[in-house]
Design a protein around this ligand. Structure first.
Ligand code: SGN
Ligand code: CA
Length: 528
């Protein structure tokens, strides 16, 4: 009897011991490139249905105010991996390679027993550290028949549609290379829906036959805003490529006498559409030739306004067809995880490297601190921790991922990381979360000509300073002017708000170790 009791007590102690030492969670980080939250039905169902991405939201948490620190591809990725702002990790723009002496969260996870892998677009100009396996696109990558760099194998060309290929390699790794003895952290990183927006053949017809609602600000004349908005080159009518983006064949541009928007307008078409194999090309021509023919027939009778509307529709058709393929891929991965009972103790994140303009303010692209590019989708599922179907409106940033994952894995983050762990938010504890975020964009002069600016954003206001070859401040009242159409910096009614925010912004710059001297150093980088 006593022996039995002793056995029971021992078993209980052992059992509770096991419970204490929980296995760190697996982490699946899904990120697409330039995926606007407006094009995810969990956020907005006016444009597209994304049933699979929405599944993550149904079972997890939808962040309605997630944002980035610097709205452009490679810098955003560097912020995510290092947990540090661009001015600290050094990756301020897409031009210069990532400094691999930075410590990244995958390196820390790997050193502490995680199996790590990365598939898809990285865009760093070099190969990543801290991964047991990786297959990365070269630079921006291509939509069809892409070249990849595979760890320890070098460059290979793959045949097929890139979004599907990235999903295939992710699934293959899950099935064949994953070590069941270790927790894993896997990054599944789509190139889509980045420019030039080429959908897969299965979505050609559906999306090109659709007509999409126009944003209210499609014809913004930038009058109520600043010089930076007026001088940016992101307008659908003025700056989008006719061949490269709208898929008008170069020879049809010649017939109609339409000049190239930029010198690489036709080149971008050749680079992408020209890459297709004969079978892919035949399917493409079947759908895109008639679009071209109708355009050639109608062009002479179209007003500038008609052309703007036409370009918006063309843009949405290809962009959303590309998004649909991402959603298909997410669905395949979720199905697999569900079928194999692998959802337990697994964090699944869906996000984008930044937001994107889908015709708002007449624009495409990103870069600005204005909402559509500053905000980014973020949806997280973590069974047993996150309440299914929950929403969170805190101002979380891509800066927070590194500390979040280290925290979830029970590891201490390096002192110099600058984000905040989101794990308490996952648990529903929102008390005392930050009340303002810092933003800083650098890539100027460069494609799209968006001027350098830094900003402070609170729930109520957005104060931005555009500098370098300009010195302009802008203030937006986020509650009263959701579309950010009126810069109220000179409105006397906001004088005390401006004063207060300028003070807070200066404090924030100091706290994050940013400074006028650094701004100047990064300007000088462009002069050498
Ligand atoms: C390319 C694109 C731009 C885009 C940048 C950055 N032109 O230059 O439109 O802003 O990349 O994109 S393209 O026609 O060559 O694609 S990012 O996502 O890599 O930051
Ligand atoms: Ca991007």
């Amino acid at each position: 009897m006593i022996r039995n009791l002793l056995f029971l007590v021992m078993a209980l102690i052992l059992f509770s011991g096991c419970k204490e030492k929980k296995t760190p969670p697996n982490i699946i980080f899904i990120m697409s490139d330039d995926h606007a939250y407006q094009a995810i039905s969990a956020y907005n169902d006016d444009l597209i249905q994304t049933p699979h991405i929405d599944r993550i939201a149904d079972q997890g948490m939808l962040f309605t105010n997630a944002c980035v620190t610097n709205s452009i591809c490679a810098p955003s990725r560097a912020v995510i991996l290092t947990g540090k702002h661009s001015h600290i990790n050094g990756k301020i723009d897409n031009r210069f390679p990532f400094d691999t002496s930075n410590i990244t969260f995958p390196q820390i996870l790997q050193e502490n027993g995680y199996q790590t892998a990365l598939f898809g677009k990285l865009h760093f100009g070099n190969e990543p550290k801290g991964f047991d396996q990786y297959k990365i696109l070269i630079g921006q990558g291509n939509y069809y028949n892409p070249d990849f760099i595979i760890k320890d194998r070098g460059k290979v060309r793959l045949e097929g549609y890139t979004t599907d290929l990235i999903t295939d390699m992710t699934m293959d790794w899950m099935k064949e290379e994953r070590d069941p003895e270790k927790p894993y952290m896997m990054m599944y990183l789509h190139k889509a829906p980045h420019r030039e927006w080429l959908p897969p053949p299965r979505h050609f017809r559906k999306y090109t036959e659709m007509t999409f609602p126009e944003p209210e600000t499609l014809f913004d004349d930038y009058e109520g805003r600043g010089e930076a908005a007026r001088s940016a080159e992101m307008n659908l009518l003025a700056h989008m490529n006719w061949a490269g983006d709208s898929k008008i064949k170069p020879e049809n541009m010649d017939i109609l006498g339409i000049p190239e928007t930029v010198v690489w307008d036709k080149g971008a078409y050749e680079r992408e559409v020209g890459r297709m194999n004969p079978d892919q090309r035949a399917l493409w021509d079947e759908v895109y030739d008639p679009i071209n023919e109708t355009f050639v027939d109608n062009y002479a009778s179209m007003s500038q306004e008609d052309l703007m509307r036409w370009r918006y529709q063309r843009y949405m058709q290809d962009y959303l067809g590309s998004v649909a393929a991402v959603d298909d891929g997410v669905g395949r991965l979720l199905d697999y995880l569900e079928e194999e009972n692998m959802m337990e103790n697994t964090i699944i994140v869906y996000t984008s490297d930044q937001g994107f303009y889908l015709g708002e303010h007449g624009w495409f692209d990103k870069r600005f601190v204005y909402d559509e590019s500053f905000k980014t989708p973020l949806i997280v599922r973590w069974d047993g921790v996150i309440k299914p179907g929950s929403k969170n409106s805190q101002m979380v940033q891509n800066l927070d991922f590194a500390q979040t994952f280290l925290d979830a894995a029970g590891m201490k983050a390096p002192e110099d990381m600058q984000g905040v762990s989101l794990v308490p938010l996952f648990r529903g504890e929102e008390e005392g979360f930050r009340d303002a975020v810092y933003y800083h964009y650098y890539e100027y002069p460069a494609v799209h000509m968006v001027k350098r600016h830094y900003a402070i954003v609170t729930e109520e206001y957005k104060l931005a300073h555009f500098y370098d070859d300009i010195d302009e401040w802008e203030l937006y009242d986020r509650k009263k002017d959701i579309q950010e159409m009126k810069n109220v910096i000179d409105d006397p009614g906001y004088a005390s708000v401006v004063e207060d925010l300028k003070k807070k912004l200066a404090e924030m710059r100091k706290a994050y170790k940013d400074s006028p001297a650094l701004d100047q150093a990064y300007i000088d980088l462009y002069k050498n």
